[in-house]
Write a protein that binds this ligand. Structure first.
Ligand code: ATP
Ligand code: MG
Length: 468
């Protein structure tokens, strides 16, 4: 059976359509570095007389296989090619920055996601305790905080300041959307003698990080930038899991349970639960697998029709006739094809398309469809998406956030730049930002995850009329 994700290719992205344009090569996975590492890491000094010295440290040529299957290995042997590999994250014996006089900054941008505060806390503690970097500032309200005219006062971050922040959702630094002037942001970094910038955010934040890095390079500065990818949707390619995602579907699961109770409480009761997932339906799919009372999972990857013999509404009616209740989990980006084409497309301050409310459309269409047929049904619509994204991280995500943050610190200390920390085949990795943002991870509709969804829900493979 195929992997459940479509890894391995660059795509051009246009709206929700991705077109494969070329195969990736190992060059796409080479992480940039500011220069030679000549400083002995304080971590090495601390552990050099212990067995840790053997096991803990990672060389730059330690790599993680992209494709761990025997077939992949045989294909490389047959073709005489090197397998695609990612740089292994972790502490290096020699580092680039010496702790004295080194100042670090942390910024969080884009929407909220469970675990941001855990990441901030662990970056601060990692820098402070492991690498003796005591000068750490928090940049408030996203990239706005790097533009002096906004007047957002920077926050000194110490272990004392961050000791309790993992208890809370949101970001203690706040966030913002909207483009800021790149030259002026780099002026701010330069003027304040910032040597390392940690950006916590989604694709937009990481793209911002990359252009900041380009400007840093153009000026010949030695400032390292690291991204910790924040996407509750788990839609970053070449990364198996992003932080906040597990919390999201774990929080959604009991809401779906309650929605099921609502649905069963009425004759032909229908409960619709909307979850996040702008372009990828991983939260919807996983929440439905975690709470398998769901009858329909609607995701952006699988277009569907409302009406017609094979459309969603007829399938829903079938389900009600057989079971007298139904639970529908819908990702926010699903069914966008159902809205009128001539509408004005709304965008947020960062230029992201604001999706139409598919949950409301479903509620209204279902109610009208059954009313017109004198078919008794009760429809309830539940939208917990903003509650979910401001939840504190669950235990598994807390651990994950700490490791991501610690590895970002290791990478930056070793002079790596323009990179994100990822997770692949049980290893933490470093990936170049342009590669991580070149395409979005989506549910493979011919893969195991989607198959499990179909098996658990009983919904048809396609609810589009012409495809059956
Ligand atoms: P999410 O979409 O998960 O909420 P995000 O990081 O993608 O998070 P955005 O609002 O799209 O959120 O972007 C965050 C910040 O990065 C914004 O201030 C945005 O203007 C900035 N940004 C995005 N792309 C670029 C770019 N190419 N150059 C400069 N800044 C950018
Ligand atoms: Mg985004």
């Amino acid at each position: 059976m195929k992997d459940s994700n479509n890894f391995g290719f660059k795509y051009s992205i246009e709206g929700n359509k991705q077109t494969e344009i070329e195969a990736m090569t190992n060059q796409d996975f080479e992480v940039k570095s500011l220069g030679e590492c000549t400083v002995t890491s304080p971590l090495y000094t601390a552990y050099k007389n212990t067995p840790m010295a053997e096991g803990l440290f990672v060389d730059n040529d330690d790599r993680i296989l992209y494709d761990p299957t025997l077939e992949g290995f045989k294909k490389c042997l047959k073709e005489g090619t090197d397998p695609i590999t990612f740089e292994k994250a972790g502490p290096r014996e020699k580092i680039f920055f010496s702790p004295s006089n080194t100042k670090a900054a942390i910024v969080t941008c884009g929407g909220l996601c469970p675990g941001i505060n855990n990441v901030i806390r662990s970056v601060v503690n990692g820098l402070y305790y492991r690498y003796n970097i005591k000068n750490i500032v928090g940049i408030p309200y996203g990239y706005e905080g790097l533009i002096p005219e906004f007047g957002h006062e920077w926050v000194d971050l110490t272990p004392e300041k961050v000791k309790d922040i993992h208890m809370f959702g949101g970001s203690i630094l706040g966030s913002s959307r909207g483009r800021q002037n790149i030259e002026r942001m780099v002026d701010t970094l330069e003027r304040n003698n910032i040597k390392m910038l940690f950006t916590i955010g989604g694709d937009g934040t990481l793209s911002g990080n990359h252009v900041i890095q380009e400007e840093i390079e153009r000026r010949g500065l030695k400032i390292a930038t690291a991204g910790i990818p924040k996407t509750i949707d788990n839609d970053v390619n070449f990364i198996h899991k992003t932080f906040g995602f597990e919390t999201a579907f774990t929080t959604a699961a009991p809401i779906i349970r309650d929605a099921h109770n609502e649905a069963t409480g009425a004759y032909n009761g229908v409960a619709i639960v909307k979850v996040m997932g702008r372009d990828s339906g991983f939260i919807a799919a996983n929440a439905a697998l975690a709470m398998p009372d769901v009858n329909f999972v609607l995701v952006p990857e699988s277009e569907f029709d409302l009406y017609g013999p094979n459309g969603f509404l007829e399938s829903l009616k079938d389900r009600l006739v057989k079971g007298h209740h139904a639970v529908v989990v819908v990702a926010e980006g699903a069914g966008q094809n159902l809205f009128e084409d001539d509408q004005n497309v709304e965008k947020d301050a960062s230029g992201n398309i604001k999706h139409q409310d598919i949950g409301l459309l479903l509620k209204d269409s279902i109610s009208k469809f059954f009313k017109d047929q004198n078919f008794e049904a009760t429809v309830k619509y539940i939208d917990p998406s903003y509650i979910i994204r401001s939840e504190p991280a669950i235990a598994a995500d807390s651990i994950f956030c700490s490791s991501l943050a610690m590895n970002a610190v290791h990478g930056v200390m070793a002079g790596k730049t323009d990179f994100v920390v990822g997770r692949w085949n049980m290893h933490f990795t470093f990936l170049p930002i342009p590669t991580a943002t070149s395409s979005r991870k989506k549910i493979d509709l011919s893969g195991e995850l989607w198959w499990s969804v179909l098996e658990n829900t009983g919904q048809p493979y396609s609810m589009k009329n012409e495809e059956k």
